[in-house]
Design a binder for this molecule. Structure first.
Ligand SMILES: Cc1ncc(C[n+]2csc(CCOP(=O)(O)OP(=O)(O)O)c2C)c(N)n1
Ligand SMILES: [Mg+2]
Length: 355
């Protein structure tokens, strides 16, 4: 039996604090798995930190930071099989790295270059969704379709606390519950939708309470605990694969960075609370756990970080080595009959860009 220990209220957790809270463990996870989880966490953390730097250097566009969201992404993705499909939001833009999508491809997405789009079937990762919640019905429909075709693939949709107020969330979960679609509905509750706090987002005491209204089980987990997230998702995936339908997972965390590089949270967030969250950020929390378990030695920390940095160095170099996209592509599929002014505007744009 694995040991999943209760944390604050009804939040599931496995990782302790090295002092008063005892460490648990997850049945079936060996040392190699724990180190693989660690490498994935460091890869995503490094991707995120380098992306903020690349943005400041003008090498990528506006970027949605996911610092301290890595445990939710890595823990849940680790519970999937390769045949399972991932439907990410912009907050999970780099989750495809865990499925072998090159860093250069995802960086090109943030550079607005056409090579930043991949064929979803190549990696079983759908396009990054920017409209809030519209990919929830896509994931549900995909999962239901897979079952109708006799396949046993499961889908997972990632979305935020703010998305739970959207019509598409309601439509998706209603459908998932009624059709018993094999889907995991993974809510990253970082407690902010840009500047709207979750307390103003809903009058429900907890987002997980919404699951009952759609007739599906709901699980509330510590989103900073990669092992608790893994275990909760593994159970949800098993339920879906067995034909028992969807699960709603609320992973609770706190947004410890701006919403995106274009945001200035200092005007709406309490900086002391952010600092407190940073102290307990998810990668360091798992690193300390692995050291306590005797699984990780200090030289591996440095090595893992260097590997990830090298992935990013070669990723940005490959992205920047590609020829710039033709500006005509921006409007290519926008009009059946382009307005006469478009040719003039495009000529102007080409002149400005020196193309
Ligand atoms: C349909 C739609 N409405 C509004 C927006 C503008 N918008 C971008 S991010 C965001 C907040 C989303 O918050 P949440 O769902 O909690 O996700 P988080 O950014 O915290 O991961 C909003 C309203 C949008 N992208 N799509
Ligand atoms: Mg949010």
């Amino acid at each position: 039996m694995s040991r999943v220990l209760p944390a604050e209220g009804d939040l599931r957790r496995v990782i302790g604090d090295g002092e008063t809270l005892a460490d648990g463990e997850v049945e079936g996870l060996g040392e190699d798995d724990l180190l693989a989880l660690y490498r994935d966490l460091v890869l995503l953390r490094t991707y995120d930190e380098r992306s903020v730097v690349y943005h400041r250097q003008g090498r990528i566009g506006t970027y949605a930071i996911f610092w301290n969201h890595e445990a939710m992404q890595v823990g849940s993705a680790f519970a999937l099989e390769e045949r399972d499909w991932i439907f990410p939001s912009y907050r999970e833009s780099a989750i495809g790295l865990l499925r072998g999508i090159p860093a250069s491809t995802i960086l090109q997405w943030w550079r607005g270059h056409p090579s930043g789009w991949w064929n979803p079937r190549d990696h079983n990762v759908a396009s990054i969704c920017v409209p809030i919640g519209t990919h929830v019905p896509h994931a549900v429909g995909f999962a239901w379709g897979a079952r109708l075709k006799g396949e046993d693939a499961v889908a997972i949709a990632y979305f935020g606390d703010g998305a739970t107020s959207e019509g598409s969330f309601h439509e998706g979960l209603t459908f998932a519950g009624v059709m018993k679609a094999p889907v995991v509905l993974f809510c990253n509750n970082n407690q902010w939708a840009i500047s709207t706090p979750v307390t103003e987002q809903t009058a429900a005491p907890a987002l997980v309470d919404k699951a009952a209204g759609y007739g599906m089980p709901g699980v509330r987990v510590d989103g900073g605990d990669v092992l608790a997230v893994y275990e909760a998702t593994r159970e949800a995936v098993a339920r879906a694969r067995a034909g028992d339908g969807p699960t709603f997972i609320e992973a609770v965390t706190y947004r410890a960075a701006p919403h995106a590089t274009a945001d200035d949270p200092s005007i709406y967030i309490d900086p002391a609370r952010v600092e407190e969250e940073k102290e307990n950020e998810c990668v360091g929390r798992f690193e300390r756990y692995l050291v306590r378990q005797g699984v990780l030695i200090p030289s591996q920390v440095e090595e893992t970080r260097n590997e990830a940095l090298e992935t990013m160095r070669s990723g940005i170099a490959a992205a920047e080595a590609e020829a710039p996209a033709d500006v005509d592509l921006v409007f290519e599929h926008a009009y059946a009959s382009p307005p006469p002014s478009q040719a003039v505007d495009l000529a102007d744009l080409r002149r400005v860009l020196g193309g």
